[in-house]
Write a protein that binds this ligand. Structure first.
Ligand code: DL6
Length: 809
């Protein structure tokens, strides 16, 4: 049943003014957007706090099973509007602000993005938090309370410059509540040996360990109009009072505070690696300790903890969880190994988010046993028992050897997550198939029953109702309001995709979004772009496999086409990029530099004019995505087939009416299945063709470069001085593409990409056809709701019941 707050505008104004007066002690009209934001956030806190308390009480009274989602990243972006929307009071509050003569947009923009994530992985975790609350399932997040997010990106002379992202800043996190009573200790380093504990049992004895205090801060996760409030628990580190003397200087204390200072500290040094491992263990141990404690409060037997608790390992960062859980059950609560192992494997489940082996974490046994000596002992024991058990079952020796946890001096974290759990899932159909066939094929052969697929999803409410309010109103106009509560109702739009008046409305909506973005582009980069042009967008992390460079090569081709024939009949395009490169990823940073210099060249060439523009928007983040995505005509999803596990921006673009330019990779394939072949533009090799090259070693990039004159000219452009101020970056790119045989097959896919882009230009000129495609994308995007994805996790992996029925389905 829908449960929105009963709140009149007058009541809101009274509540807001009272909170503001108590907090700020100044006149409303003199207040800065930040002061207004703080007062508004505190007003909202008063609204949801009773629901939060009630939720916690009812979950424990009913002894509900809870799933805990452990993730090193959570990327919610701004929370203000989501909280208002989910409480059902967004319009009331906006109206209240209008009546008070205050600018709601300025206040909303005063909130810093909660940027505890890097990209898709963290955004997915945040989406799942929203969807868990919205569907009503008891699913809680567990992560770290970083003071600095990934990094703030500035572009200086075309180069990426990384600045600390002080999102936490002086305001802190207005949404959080410190839960002191749930603080626990976490132990690192030292020596450990097993001593006789009587009754034939052993207990660990530690010496010289470092003990740190983990203090939780809870951030409420509100369901959409259903009164449900779940919890995202973020851990912070403190020095326990009894150990204060060990940290006499500020520098000593800072070293401890580093554990929750920054997301993904540089791990190119041993110190950096150590810090990351400490971060991962810190949040995992603290989370698991409190989970066991709160389970025991129910008075139920610990061996049956799996009946009330699921722990989900999101990517390999929290993959120490099975070993730590074993440690807690055995060392802290005296459980026998077999009972503990039975409980552990039933509690744990794991999502893999990549087939790139470098992203599947491994730790050297030296470092691991130094930082976590007792956990290492347990891992070795798990590994030995695994080998023995598999041997006893007569499993293929080579397979067992390939899947063991401790191997060649390394601890393989993905292996621990798989062996120590009951479920492994990929995040799109093709990705799960690849895990089974390739990346994890030995595991699949040994334990096929553990494998399943859960295609990613997005919080469509954020990408429509918040990011694209005018689009949302237009959908209301044509199919009514039901889709706002039940996204599957969006399919009614299929009936009007060829209605000329509807097409016109949706065209105008896109033009408005493009105008908003064009203004932002002009304001931030000084580049004027015409909204008559196709807005062609690629926003995502910068990585060679995502092939931003293929996009660049096509832009260079267009540049030469116009230069060769300035009077030709071109369909104008604005290419928009947004991307952060990992600080240590040199090649990705070179691509950023080249994009910026190419943009300078093109944007300042009067002969090119409005036919072609290139824009790189700095500091891509959730709030910027909310501006960019609804304004896109074309969504670039051009990774090498097999490499993008799923992608989620592809889903956001689809649902706001962009047409996808796609390889058959990740969730693009499922998007094609939903919209139909004729409403998406597919190009490039299939994953089987890619694998064929891997098997036959027959790929020859230099041959393509030598024999295709267009490619030849495009690639030479990187090094012949046409693009100024990037000689060394251009050479690096040339070498990657030609000298080192083009790891991601850009040259092979180039002509097919160019042809597909030419099709896009022709299609865009046929407005009826284009609007049909665009609206078909919106109308058929419901499959990608994270509400349905999370239902599948809840039902098929975590086996949760529905304590509070969300009304949406
Ligand atoms: O599952 C969320 C997201 C996928 O949509 C992306 O395709 C995938 O690249 C990303 N994976 C990661 C893990 N590390 N790497 N690379 O971020 O997960």
């Amino acid at each position: 049943m829908e449960q929105t707050m009963e709140l009149t505008t007058d009541q809101f104004i009274r509540d807001f003014e009272q909170t503001f007066n108590e907090q700020q002690q100044t006149l409303l009209q003199n207040a800065t957007p930040t002061e207004l934001f703080l007062a508004l956030a505190h007003t909202i806190r008063q609204y949801y706090t009773p629901m939060w308390l009630e939720r916690n009480e009812s979950l424990s009274a009913r002894q509900e099973k809870i799933a805990y989602y452990f993730s090193i990243e959570f990327l919610p972006g701004r929370m203000l509007e989501t909280n208002l929307l989910n409480l059902g009071i967004l319009d009331t509050v906006k109206e209240g602000f209008t009546q008070l003569g205050l600018d709601f947009t300025a206040v909303k923009n005063a909130e810093h993005d909660m940027a505890l994530g890097n990209g898709g992985l963290g955004r997915l975790a945040a989406a799942f938090m929203d969807s868990l609350a919205t569907t009503g399932y008891a699913g809680f997040g567990n992560g770290l309370r970083y003071k600095y997010g990934l990094f703030k990106q500035r572009i200086v002379d075309g180069y990426q410059v990384e600045l600390p992202d002080a999102w936490f800043g002086s305001l802190g996190n207005v949404w959080e509540t410190r839960k002191d009573h749930d603080a626990v200790n976490v132990r690192f380093f030292g020596n450990v040996y097993m001593a006789d504990a009587g009754e034939g049992k052993l207990k660990p004895v530690y010496s010289n360990a470092q003990v740190l205090r983990a203090v939780p801060y809870d951030v409420p996760q509100l369901g959409y109009k259903n009164g449900v409030v779940n919890n995202l628990r973020l851990w912070d580190v403190e020095i326990p009072e009894e150990y204060e003397l060990n940290y006499p200087t500020i520098a000593d204390r800072r070293r401890v505070e580093d554990i929750t200072a920054v997301l993904y500290p540089d791990d190119s040094t041993e110190e950096g690696k150590k810090l990351r491992l400490m971060q991962e263990y810190f949040m995992t141990s603290a989370g698991l300790q409190t989970i066991v404690k709160s389970y025991l409060k129910m008075g139920l037997p610990l061996e049956k903890i799996y009946e009330k608790v699921s722990v989900h390992i999101n990517d390999t960062h929290p993959a120490v969880a099975p070993a730590e859980f074993m440690r807690i059950l055995i060392d802290d609560y005296g459980m026998e190994w077999d009972a503990a192992w039975n409980a552990t494997t039933k509690v744990m489940s794991y999502t893999n988010h990549t087939i790139l082996s470098e992203a599947l974490e491994k730790w050297s046994t030296g470092l691991f046993s130094f930082v976590l000596p007792r956990v290492f002992q347990i891992i070795v024991e798990i590994d030995n028992r695994y080998m023995a058990q598999m041997g006893a079952q007569g499993a293929d020796y080579a397979r067992v050897e390939n899947t063991r946890i401790v191997r060649n001096g390394q601890v393989h974290m993905a292996h621990l997550a798989i062996i120590g759990g009951h479920s492994v899932n990929g995040v799109a159909q093709i990705h799960t198939e690849l895990l089974k066939e390739d990346t994890l094929r030995d595991f699949y052969a040994l334990t096929p029953e553990k494998f399943n697929n859960k295609t990613n999803g997005i919080v469509q409410r954020r990408w429509t109702q918040i990011a694209a309010p005018v689009l949302s109103q237009t959908i209301d106009k044509w199919i009514g309001f039901e889709w706002r509560n039940d996204i599957h109702a969006l399919r009614a739009l299929n009936d009007v995709v060829d209605n000329p008046r509807a097409q016109n409305d949706f065209w105008e909506v896109k033009q408005l979004a493009k105008k908003r973005l064009a203004d932002y582009i002009e304001e931030t980069t000084g580049v004027h772009v015409s909204t008559d042009a196709i807005f062609d967008v690629q926003v995502k992390r910068l990585h060679a496999y995502k092939r931003q460079l293929l996009n660049v090569m096509h832009i260079i081709k267009l540049y030469w086409d116009i230069k060769d024939n300035p009077e030709g009949d071109f369909t104008p395009r604005v290419f928009i990029f947004g991307a952060k490169a990992a600080p240590g990823y040199h090649f990705a940073k070179s691509i950023i530099k080249v994009i910026n210099e190419l943009a300078n060249l093109i944007n300042n060439d009067p002969e090119i004019g409005d036919k072609l523009k290139v824009v790189f928007l700095e500091n891509y983040r959730v709030s910027l995505a909310e501006l960019i995505i609804p304004a896109a005509n074309v969504s670039e999803q051009i990774s090498l087939a097999s490499k993008e596990a799923s992608g989620t921006s592809n889903m956001k673009f689809m649902m706001t009416g962009a047409v996808t330019m796609a390889t058959l990779d990740g969730a693009n394939i499922e998007i094609r299945d939903e919209v139909g072949e004729e409403n998406i533009v597919i190009f490039g090799m299939t994953k089987d063709e890619v694998y064929h090259h891997y098997e036959t070693h027959d790929y020859n990039a230099r041959y393509l470069y030598d024999t295709d004159p267009v490619l030849h000219r495009v690639i030479n452009t990187f090094v012949d001085g046409t693009i100024p101020r990037c000689q060394s970056e251009g050479s690096e790119i040339f070498d990657a593409l030609v000298t080192y045989n083009d790891e991601y097959f850009l040259l092979e896919d180039f002509q097919s990409y160019v042809a597909a882009q030419a099709r896009v230009s022709a299609l865009y000129r046929d407005r009826e056809r284009w609007m049909h495609m665009s609206m078909m994308n919106i109308a058929n995007s419901d499959k990608f709701t994270s509400d349905d994805t999370i239902r599948q996790y809840a039902e098929e992996i975590w086996h949760l019941s529905l304590p509070h029925a969300g009304r949406h389905r």
